[in-house]
Design a protein around this ligand. Structure first.
Ligand SMILES: C[S@@+](CC[C@H](N)C(=O)[O-])C[C@H]1O[C@@H](n2cnc3c(N)ncnc32)[C@H](O)[C@@H]1O
Length: 179
């Protein structure tokens, strides 16, 4: 593991117990603005990459589809597993996912892409595991990412970008498809 990843894992491991208290409201506000842009009824398998403590799983609790939460921080996942005993939590680096190609219908990246050196390897992994026409949905910090640059990266990888916009709080959001 390179030092930036190691540092991210350490930081999130150390703060896992307080994450929900600090960030639940802000993350839920993001979900409320992004999820309505996607038709999840067509997704049978959903991945939440860098899904941490499973806040998105809580938000989508009425959904019948399978949701897999993967994250680099074991302690974040442990908090999630304690809250949601039958949830599917997998400890994995977003740049090297232990999932086969073309296996999922929707991949979420909520507030994770500021952590790796570059967003491209993680998004390329998303492209690999998504089915053709599968949906990708991303939020990133406005202070770190420029909208046009991230759109360019997504298009270079092979995604179409259906919508990119500024959320009412803090982040930029992108919804696209694997073409
Ligand atoms: C700000 S939190 C967001 C968590 C979750 N997506 C949410 O909406 O609450 C960022 C998450 O990214 C995870 N992360 C950082 N680098 C990662 C990597 N290389 N692979 C997978 N997860 C990573 C962290 O462990 C942390 O759980």
């Amino acid at each position: 593991m390179n030092s930036k990843k190691f540092e991210a894992a350490r930081r999130y491991n150390e703060t896992a117990e307080v994450y929900d208290r600090r960030y639940k409201d802000i993350q839920f506000a993001k979900y409320r603005e992004v999820i309505p842009e996607i038709d999840l009824t067509k997704s049978s398998l959903i991945f939440d990459i860098g899904g941490g403590t499973g806040l998105l799983l809580e938000h989508l609790k009425e959904l019948k589809q399978n949701i897999i939460i993967s994250d680099l921080s074991f302690e974040m996942l442990k908090v999630g597993k304690t809250k949601c005993k039958d949830g599917n939590f997998v400890c994995a680096d977003s740049e090297s996912l232990p999932f086969r190609q073309n296996c999922c219908d929707t991949a979420f990246y909520f507030s994770i892409l500021q952590n790796p050196e570059s967003p491209s390897p993680s998004l390329s992994e998303g492209f690999r595991i998504l089915n053709n026409d599968g949906t990708i949905a991303i939020t990133v910090l406005t202070k770190i990412f420029e909208e046009e640059k991230l759109v360019d990266i997504l298009i270079k990888i092979g995604f179409s970008v259906d919508k990119s916009w500024k959320l009412s709080i803090e982040d930029l959001a992108f919804v696209g498809k694997k073409k």
